[in-house]
Design a protein around this ligand. Structure first.
Ligand code: ZN
Length: 179
């Protein structure tokens, strides 16, 4: 397997890159994003990990990963090439169609203003690149901005205080796209 990323696998807003040496959502043909049907962005919290660099080791050793993570200061790191699927929700049908972003926070915390802004950047990018609507997804079959627990009821991720901030992320994206 090649660990080489193609030019278009890098996210334009990522500040740091920690390419996973292996991850369980891909690679291989079955592990590619379904780019013709991208539905949106799923928000998560790390609930523990606080360093963007340390997520790499964590995700190389278990069936969990995400394309992006944002720390409290608003730095965005990328871990998986844009063409490949992550294992943020199910490592399969959901992750084929949704990009996921982890935010450094423990359960019960809110996102920082910079995290809201950078999550907004990611949503605005998905709008420009794939036509993802700048709105909250109402159901798992909808598109837009969503959160982990919408798909996996047993997971409290990202927690009620963050779920209450999701409209702020949409508003940030609308502002960035000149809305
Ligand atoms: Zn999650």
């Amino acid at each position: 397997m090649s660990s080489k990323w193609n030019d278009n696998d890098y996210h334009p807003y990522a500040d740091e890159y920690y390419p996973l040496s292996k991850h369980y959502g891909g690679p291989g043909a079955a592990g590619l994003m379904k780019k013709t049907g991208i539905k949106g962005l799923i928000v998560h919290i790390t609930d523990g990990n606080s360093l963007l660099s340390s997520l790499k080791t964590t995700w190389e050793n278990r069936a969990a990963s995400a394309h992006f993570a944002v720390d409290k200061g608003g730095t965005i790191a990328q871990y998986i090439p844009l063409s490949q699927r992550s294992w943020a929700v199910d490592g399969w049908k959901v992750d084929n169609l949704w990009y996921s972003v982890e935010n450094v926070a423990v359960h019960g915390e809110t996102l920082t203003d910079m995290q809201i802004r950078m999550n907004g950047y990611l949503l605005a990018w998905l709008n420009g690149e794939y036509g993802v609507p700048l709105k909250l997804a109402a159901t798992p079959d909808d598109s837009g901005l969503s959160y982990h627990a919408m798909f996996t009821k047993s997971k409290p991720c990202p927690g009620k205080p963050v779920i209450a901030q999701l409209q702020d992320i949409v508003d940030a994206a609308v502002g960035l796209n000149g809305g």
